[in-house]
Design a binder for this molecule. Structure first.
Ligand SMILES: NC(=O)c1ccc[n+]([C@@H]2O[C@H](COP(=O)([O-])OP(=O)(O)OC[C@H]3O[C@@H](n4cnc5c(N)ncnc54)[C@H](O)[C@@H]3O)[C@@H](O)[C@H]2O)c1
Length: 102
């Protein structure tokens, strides 16, 4: 199988609604192209599963449980992108909305 190009290497992204559907598919695709991702969803088990699958394939993704309708939850996930705990800090931000209307 052809390896996807790494056109998003060095980019960091926050994907909401990432545990299933459009968000999960977007997370898989963006990670395959080299983006480092924070995944946000209210579904803890599903979100962790998507992050684990990306990591197992050699991609970079961490899951944060949270509600896209909560400014605090979104702020916490976004803050993670810029804190020392994150290894994603050097990328150019990339905001991806999985399509959830909150
Ligand atoms: N699938 C399609 O073809 C399609 C086409 C057009 C529009 N849409 C719209 O796009 C949206 C997503 O569609 P989907 O098929 O990916 O749905 P989905 O149900 O498979 O995925 C939605 C994800 O968002 C999460 N979520 C829901 N509310 C949330 C919240 N407040 N905070 C964080 N996470 C939350 C859910 O837990 C779930 O993981 C829907 O609004 C849908 O109506 C879908």
């Amino acid at each position: 199988m052809t390896q996807p190009d790494q056109r998003l290497a060095g980019r960091t992204g926050l994907i909401t609604g990432a545990a299933s559907g459009i968000g999960a598919a977007g997370a898989d695709l963006f990670a395959a192209h080299g983006a480092a991702l924070v995944l946000l969803d209210t579904d803890r088990a599903g979100g962790q599963r998507v992050a684990d699958a990306i990591t197992a394939r050699g991609g970079r993704a961490v899951f944060h449980a949270g509600d896209a309708a909560s400014p605090d939850d979104v702020a916490r996930a976004a803050l993670f992108l810029s804190c020392a705990e994150s290894s994603f800090t050097t990328g150019t931000p990339l905001l991806v909305d999985g399509g959830v209307t909150a």
